[in-house]
Write a new protein. Structure first.
Length: 878
DNA sequence: TTCGCCTGCAA
DNA sequence: TATTGCAGGCGAA
């Protein structure tokens, strides 16, 4: 027996939306409902061997029901924006999967489902109708099954109803179910029904009399009395409700079943869309189907012959646009490259073509070319000695500027976003093999990878340049971001020297004290447990010891430091736990963590500085993170003693004084704040004085500290709740502070409001140097999301402009150190601070350069001040 | 093994 | 329910 599956599109999408937490892809498109819909659909397809599948949707046009009854569906809440945007997405996905979507002006999806269900049942098919809506139960027969999925993240359970099941559950037949509804009414569709009759009474009445008409004939016999009276009074309304509730099964539909025949759902088109939506679990279903379906993928021609390789490279002239991916991984080294002809080649370094020769030839080829587009230039500089002035274009950085919210900028993503091409990723080609392994054992896939890794950059170059131009970010790209690549490379290559023995000593001291604390804690708790497990710790503190708990997290009790701090006086164990936490953090993350990154050959840590991570334009630091080395607590700060300059050198650091607040004063053009900066050394004291109407010299430490908190809050996109949390005051008091602040600095208030309005209008926030950050959250219908968007819109221009400024300074500092052929090296950037390892003879010049370049990186309405220090280790720089 | 969550470090 | 990050440990899948 052939089977037909019919899906109630909006109903299932709705179920999925509310059953699954909001997900979104890198573009900020929400995808949870699409994901949930597909999961339900696949579950059903896996269960039922169906031949035909179609999905019905409602249209945004009045139906005959609206014409009958103006208020029909009048009480229905509007669809949230996050769901609405997914309606076209699911249709797009279904279309790609060659599944027909049915919609018809004047009919609801229910009517389409009812009509088709009846039609195909009559033609001898088994029919399954999938909906989240119980109204559809009236369509159940022996052959037509109504399936109602219950969506959960863990999995989907489905309730099935044939006619008999409806009867079992409601004691009425499917047809009688309509009459039941006519009595009960339906608030979601605004079907009035009869007042005072709910599900129970309706079920009883209809199971006895089988229809509202018969029930009405016996209205005086009805029980309870209220139902009897109301049915008499509202019979007309009940009849009317019955018509509204009846699903049409005789719609005129021009639809051929052949069009719903299930074909190759997992095809290239659907793969492409799901990849764009980042539906990872669903992508698993493709299993190489897409690859198999593909006719032919490009592959790189391997030029092992020296003469051939040279000939190819010599073909590069000042009119050549190149795409390059220089590979140097493990044993393998070679050049994957492509000209505009899209005939990629791979030139391995082997035999006569030594690494040195290949590198030199590659560099000179790049220099000869008109442009050389690469993805992620920085790591390739270890092999290719390219310089700032060479015609190099980093596509990853361009793509980052155009959308800084993505979590990676690999060639496949760039192909997708800027060329509209879906191409297999590195992992798709190589699976888990290293490049060297693949080159040896899987030449075919290696060839594909080399082809796309070099071809995509050259293909994307024009588009990316054009888009930068359109978005007015060309200057930002060319004068800040591209030069910065080289400054960051210099920093990574230089690294920072760490005294391994001192670090180990520090670690073992921690270990001793940790052991003591551990012993104490177990004694106080009366048992051994894992102190590092918030779950176990919560049980001990709040159940066994019965301490009052303030807050719960999603998964249990909160045991965070600020909660524990408030419990300190309840039990001596709390103090011990807090100290234990602090020490184990220092031990694992810093003592042990850092030790693992010290390179034995030069005793230095060469961390990475990432240029395409943050949403605001800041740089991030990884492997290890050198931007969060402890400084606030003395014990933690001691770690800084193990970071030392090399022989003959000294550390010089320079940090901007309150750069973000100064940027704010400038961008807002607030005369009072600008004036405050021109007059006072101590801006927080000055703010306190002005906000609290207190003479400058009489500001109390508490007032100053509150003013400081407000200053911080303003930069972060203030909310009264946030400030109240930070200062442990009531929201009312926090509101008061903010109001006072805005009265003192009206220009700031106006600026922040303007920032939000601009971002809402344009869809993105902008820095002084034109860097953009999309803020899709501003359009959300969810209050929390929207408020978050507002804070982003206030903070991003400030944080981002500060990031722009220090990037400019870094580029200029690094450039001067190089041009003046100095031996001193820029080695760290910590957001508002630069650290240089200076040779003793260059200290004065280094200080001069740092001060000059940092203070003059941008011209603001307030001075950019820099504090400078020198030291024999990082600890001393204070 | 992978991934989400909690926690805590920095600007 | 304050902005931006990174990482370690736990514990479920």
């Amino acid at each position: 027996m052939s089977k037909v599956i019919l899906i109630d599109g909006h109903s299932i999408l709705n179920r999925a939306y509310y059953g699954i937490p909001l997900l979104s892809n890198a573009e900020g498109l929400h995808t949870n409902a699409v994901y949930g819909f597909l999961n339900i659909m696949f579950k059903i397809l896996d269960e039922e061997k169906a031949e035909y599948l179609a999905v019905a949707f409602d249209v945004h046009a009045p139906t005959f029901r609206h014409e009958m009854f103006e208020a029909y569906k009048g009480t229905r809440k509007p669809m949230p924006e996050e769901l609405r945007e997914q309606v076209p997405l699911i249709k797009e996905v279904l279309h790609a999967m060659q599944i027909p979507t049915l919609e018809h002006a004047g009919y609801e999806a229910d009517d389409i489902l009812g009509t088709l269900g009846k039609r195909y049942e009559a033609a001898g098919y088994d029919v399954s109708i999938i909906s989240g809506d119980r109204d559809l139960l009236q369509l159940a027969t022996d052959k037509v099954k109504i399936r109602i999925p219950k969506t959960k993240m863990a999995g989907t359970e489905i309730e099935d109803y044939y006619a008999a099941d409806v009867f079992e559950k409601y004691q009425v037949t499917p047809t009688e179910f309509i009459d039941m509804k006519a009595l009960m009414g339906d608030t979601s569709d605004n079907i009035p029904g009869v007042p005072g009759i709910g599900e129970k009474t309706a079920s009883k009445i209809i199971s006895t009399w089988h229809s509202i008409e018969t029930a009405h004939e016996h209205v005086s016999e009805l029980k309870p009395k209220k139902a009897s009276e109301n049915l008499a009074a509202y019979y007309e309304q009940a009849q009317f409700s019955k018509v509204l509730a009846t699903i049409k099964t005789d719609c005129v539909l021009d639809f051929k079943l052949e069009d719903a025949a299930i074909g190759q759902m997992m095809n290239e088109d659907s793969y492409s869309i799901m990849k764009r939506l980042e539906l990872k679990n669903i992508l698993k279903r493709f299993d190489g189907v897409a690859e198999a379906a593909a006719v032919s993928y490009q592959t790189a021609e391997v030029l092992s012959d020296f003469a051939e390789a040279v000939q190819w490279l010599e073909g590069i002239s000042e009119t050549t646009k190149l795409g390059v991916c220089y590979i140097s991984e493990g044993e393998l080294e070679g050049l994957a490259a492509c000209k505009e002809d899209r005939k990629p080649v791979f030139i391995p370094a082997s035999g006569v073509m030594t690494r040195e020769v290949l590198r030199d030839m590659t560099v000179s080829a790049v220099r000869r070319s008109e442009s050389c587009c690469m993805i992620d230039v920085k790591p390739q500089l270890y092999s290719l000695d390219l310089m700032e002035e060479d015609p190099v274009f980093d596509a990853a950085i361009a793509a980052y500027l155009l959308n800084p919210l993505k979590d990676s900028y690999t060639y496949d993503g760039i192909a997708q976003d800027f060329l509209g091409m879906t191409v297999p990723s590195r992992a798709d080609w190589l699976k888990k093999q290293s490049l060297a392994e693949a080159y040896e054992k899987d030449a075919e896939n290696f060839g594909h990878y080399a082809a796309y890794a070099s071809m995509i950059p050259v293909m994307a170059y024009e588009t990316l340049s054009q888009r930068l131009k359109e978005t007015e970010m060309t200057k930002l790209f060319e004068t800040i971001e591209m030069p910065l690549v080289f400054a960051l490379y210099d920093m990574e290559k230089a690294g920072i020297c760490v005294e391994k023995d001192a670090l180990e000593e520090y670690g073992s001291q921690l270990t001793e004290r940790i052991a003591e604390l551990e012993k104490n804690i177990y004694e106080l708790a009366g048992e051994n447990f894992n102190i590092n497990s918030p779950k176990q710790l919560g049980v001990i503190l709040f159940e066994k010891l019965g301490l009052p708990f303030a807050k719960k997290t999603k998964t249990g009790y909160s045991t965070s430091a600020d909660i524990l701090e408030k419990l300190r006086s309840y039990d001596p164990i709390i103090g011990q736990i807090l100290e234990y936490r602090q020490l184990t953090k220092l031990k694992s993350t810093y003592a042990d963590g850092l030790a693992g990154y010290i390179r034995p050959d030069d005793h230095r840590i060469h961390g990475k500085f990432n240029q395409t991570i943050t949403a605001t334009g800041r740089i991030s630091s990884t492997e290890p993170n050198l931007q969060n080395i402890p400084v606030r607590m003395e014990l933690g700060r001691l770690i800084r003693k193990v970071f030392v300059p090399k022989e003959g050198c000294i550390f010089v650091n320079a940090d901007y004084s309150q750069i973000e607040l100064r940027v704010l004063a400038h961008m807002a053009g607030d005369e009072h704040l600008i004036q405050a900066y021109k007059e006072a050394q101590d801006i927080h004291r000055m703010t306190a004085s002005q906000v609290f109407h207190t003479p400058f010299d009489e500001v109390t430490p508490a007032q100053r500290s509150n003013a400081k908190a407000v200053n911080f809050g303003i930069v972060y996109g203030i909310s009264s709740f946030g400030l109240s949390q930070d200062l442990s005051i009531t929201r009312k008091e926090a509101e008061n502070y903010i109001q006072q602040y805005f009265e003192t600095y009206p220009g700031i208030k106006a600026f922040l409001e303007r920032s939000v309005a601009d971002a809402r209008e344009k869809g993105y926030a902008v820095t002084m140097f034109g860097r953009r950050r999309p803020v899709p959250e501003l359009l959300s219908s969810n209050f929390m999301q929207r408020s978050f968007g507002e804070r982003i819109a206030m903070n991003s221009p400030i944080q981002g402009t500060a990031a722009d400024i220090i990037k400019i300074a870094m580029v200029r500092v690094d450039r001067r150190l190089k041009r003046q052929q100095m031996k001193s090296q820029l080695i760290l950037q910590i957001h508002d601070e630069l650290l240089i390892e200076a040779t003793l003879d260059e200290v004065d010049e280094v200080k001069h350069i740092l001060k000059e370049e940092m203070e003059h990186a941008a011209r603001l309405a307030v001075p950019l001040e820099v504090d400078m220090h020198t030291g024999h280790n990082w600890y001393e720089l204070k």
